[in-house]
Design a protein. Structure first.
Length: 117
């Protein structure tokens, strides 16, 4: 669920505040452990670079978090920004639910009665 009254915390800020600072790790040390230039870490922390799938995998190898954790942080932030740019600051789930209800019941499977797919 996206926050309604503020932007989700950017992944770079979470990386800095929840992982680097508490672990006493510098950006240079993280970059070395990831095998990337320090600029890549710095631009991520400063919000000028997004978490890519490759970066998510590298971060998951250094920290006790899955690549999905890092990707979800990025997606949540990107969705919030997109909603703001499109003027959709209100909860998008209500619109999606209304359109599904208007289109009728959801179908499962391929019409052969197999709902396990």
């Amino acid at each position: 669920m996206l926050p309604k009254n503020r932007a989700p915390t950017p992944p770079g800020e979470i990386l800095l505040e929840e992982f680097l600072k508490p672990g006493g790790m510098t950006q240079m040390e993280l970059a070395a452990r990831m095998g990337v230039p320090v600029q890549r870490v710095n631009t991520l922390i400063n919000g000028r670079r997004a978490v890519t799938p490759e970066t998510a995998i590298l971060l998951s190898r250094v920290f006790n978090a899955t690549p999905e954790f890092w990707m979800n942080l990025q997606v949540r932030h990107d969705l919030w920004v997109a909603h703001q740019r499109m003027g959709l600051a209100k909860a998008p789930a209500k619109a999606a639910t209304a359109s599904r209800a208007a289109s009728g019941p959801a179908r499962r499977g391929r019409g052969n009665g197999d709902a396990s797919r």
